[in-house]
Design a protein around this ligand. Sequence first.
Ligand code: ATP
Length: 255
Amino acid sequence: MTRSPEPEGAEPENGAAPVLEVTDLAVRYGRIQALHGISLTVAPGELVTLLGANGAGKSTTMRALSGLVHPARGRIFFEGRDITGMAAHDRVKAGIVQVPEGRRVFPGMTVQENLDMGCHGRKFDDKDSYRSTLDYVFELFPRLAERRKQMGGTMSGGEQQMLAIGRALMARPKLLLLDEPSMGLAPMVIQQIFSIIAKIHEEGTTILLVEQNAQQALSRSDRGYVLETGNVTISGEGRALLKDPAIRAAYLGVA
Ligand code: ATP
């Protein structure tokens, strides 16, 4: 396979062929250039955080990976295959599943119906496979099992975030994209959500996480990238980034 241009992203720590490889990705909204040519990789089983302030281009990156916006330049490879021109619904089928910013559960559907929407169109090998996926989600989120008949729109913000993540997991993602899961939630709930993300990661799911909460995200991440006005400015191991003076000043309020 020839790839042009050569990827500039940091090599994954574990040396495995990347699940995701983004090279020189540029995205424009009319005259606004949201991404200026970013490169990044995510290796199998990694939890990687994309950190950045408001307007840095984090959501745009997620939208480009999901196929919701089309890049002006650059390439996206998933499991070695060039998916830059692939339609959004085919990316979901291929295993790239996003939990969008703001959660967006179906308010007029029950918890169970919301979860079933997550695996809509997905072929299960047999009945057990649907059952085992649902059991896995209910084990991660016992609250959802208790509330399976409750309408999505009547759940609290934290419960809706759990439902949105649970719905994504019903699709058995190979790459889970989480866009600011802590946004608008109380500190106690944020803690819970990050613990669950860490658990999903420990159980083997590859995750790309977009966050502004540097402490929570980087302390649990294998690696991280810092995005500033559409450019990757710093990348490295998660805990090492937490010690970086520039990151501490910009994202942790520590001078
Ligand atoms: P936030 O945390 O505030 O969501 P972000 O890092 O996710 O920020 P993006 O939403 O990706 O940033 O925005 C990157 C840039 O692109 C910003 O300058 C933003 O104003 C612009 N932008 C985003 N969406 C659009 C759009 N639909 N039309 C025009 N400009 C947009």
